[in-house]
Design a protein around this ligand. Sequence first.
Ligand SMILES: Cc1ncc(C[n+]2csc(CCOP(=O)(O)OP(=O)(O)O)c2C)c(N)n1
Ligand SMILES: [Mg+2]
Length: 654
Amino acid sequence: MTVRPSDLANAVRALSMDAVQAANSGHPGMPMGMADAATVLFTQYLKFDPKDPAWPDRDRFVLSAGHGSMLIYSLLHLTGYQRPTIEDIRNFRQLGSPCAGHPENFELPGVECTTGPLGQGLAMAVGMAIAERHLNAVFGDALVDHRTWAIAGDGCLMEGINHEAAGLAGHLGLGRLIVLWDDNRITIDGAVDLSSSEDVIARYDATGWHTVACDGHDMADVARAIDEAIADPRPSLIRCRTIIGKGAPNKQGTSATHGSPLGAEEVAAARATLGWDHPPFEVPEDIRDEWLRFGARGASAHVEWQDRLASHSDRGEFERRIKGEVVLADAAKAAFADWDKMPASVATRKASELELEGLTAAMPELIGGSADLTGSNNTKTRATAPLTRANYGGRYIYYGIREFGMGAAMNGMALHGGVIPYGGTFLVFSDYARPAIRLSALQRTRVVYVMTHDSIGLGEDGPTHQPIEHLMSLRVIPNLDVYRPCDSVETAECWALALAKADGPGLLALTRQNLKQLREGGEMLSAKGAYRLRAAQAQRKVVLIATGSEVGLAVETAALLEAEGIGADVVSMPCWSLFDAQDAAYRADILPEGVLKVSIEAGTTMGWERYTGLNGLRFGLDSYGASAPAEALFDHFGLTAPKIAPQIVAALSS
Ligand SMILES: Cc1ncc(C[n+]2csc(CCOP(=O)(O)OP(=O)(O)O)c2C)c(N)n1
Ligand SMILES: [Mg+2]
């Protein structure tokens, strides 16, 4: 029997509905609805080699509609990736199976990014497409010449993030980005028209995209649309008209197929409708062979690429970039390169800028940017020319006022590999980027967030711009290292630490206001997360723990205490998570039992009990700030040494 293209698509449908049925949870509708279009993409267009999922010049495929995870699991399995095995698929959604509820990049090679939070996959695809064009500009067609594909659902195109992502892609003219829209007119609550009457196509047209429609169940028509998209120099949105759950005769076209198993009866009816009379999880040999043949399609292109790389003059640098290794000592050296120019009193955002000069000069893989606060975040350096549609070789991205889009794009760039992105905004607007920051941490991407104006110390802009709960709310994100350096030395150290961490993001919280120099360099103390900056002179009665701009305040407070014969250590704690990772002896030495522990940080005090204990004191701000010059605000909120010291004295004598 000759295998028809529809048999290939039906194999995807069958695996998807059977896996969801076996797990008794999951989303059969999306994979069944997009099986035909995805089959066209994977058999005719996508450049990949299942034998080497990390081949740098592969096309990137992002399943932005991550709930349809069985679609990508089926495709990876059928095209011959080592995993998922059929056993993995049988164990869909079970503990230990790489076939998690939603696709996770750290579980399965071939899954380019973690998706499920709708819209972010599409926005990460934009970042991947940026990285591709940039590396193409640097290394040329011989080494970098691939496309980025995404499948997005109605939800992805409704989420606000899609507007930021589409705007950026349209502006940068990312013609190698092609998005297939699963236009099934259904979401969880029912028909799309319950909640939306927008003309998505008109919106994308207006944003500088090429758009085209096709019948998502007519493979020739899908191929026609893809050909048109490839030919057009703009990013493309292909509207695939589809039927959700296609093949399930009684439920297709309804939201009943979205997120529940079809049920044994409907699965049987679907088998009859599709003419698929094979047992669950069994794909007949001829169909399996045909899929594997298509899976092997990219092998020759891969070999040719390897040959080009082998004889390429930039081979060493290309491989270094892709490997992405950053040696901590080298990064630190680069950060301190312009040290003779560092003022004695300097804002940490300004120190960061000077250090970035050295870093960006030494590390061509760094790509900077800001969400329209370049002059405030101090993120632009001489080495980083603007990355524009006319010059993809540039290294500085004007993201516009798109904090979330910037975060997601940086995730995509980091996942693509070959570049290390950093981007800035005000710390208070980390909230706008938070879902992307969370995905950086979950996906283990090396992204550096440069968040300036990190407290009431920003002054006159007032409470809308003054972060209060932000530092603490960012520290609670697992695998995110939040750094709040106290001076230019710590800032350099924190930059190096963030860049050297390959498997997770770092976030630098930097001041607007000038700070005094507290350190002289030497050993990289920030690597410990917290360390004793000043040891008590008199007998130690208190340990002051502070971060960032309040470390200087702690030093002043300690001086007042010492004048009264009270010994006070000052501990600078630029990074909680690094401190928590130290051994118990170190932590006990820095924060000993039996002495009063006091935290000082110009933000929410909630959480500092972790180090002060319930009997300690916590100085901070548990209300919103106010609009005034910084000095007046610190005084108003009681964050001055003359106001803090007496409270410590009182606590010691009570
Ligand atoms: C940010 C976000 N909000 C909500 C959800 C929950 N959710 C998952 S799928 C979905 C509906 C998506 O509709 P659509 O993209 O049209 O998918 P389809 O039903 O067509 O498969 C929702 C609300 C989510 N995954 N992410
Ligand atoms: Mg839909």
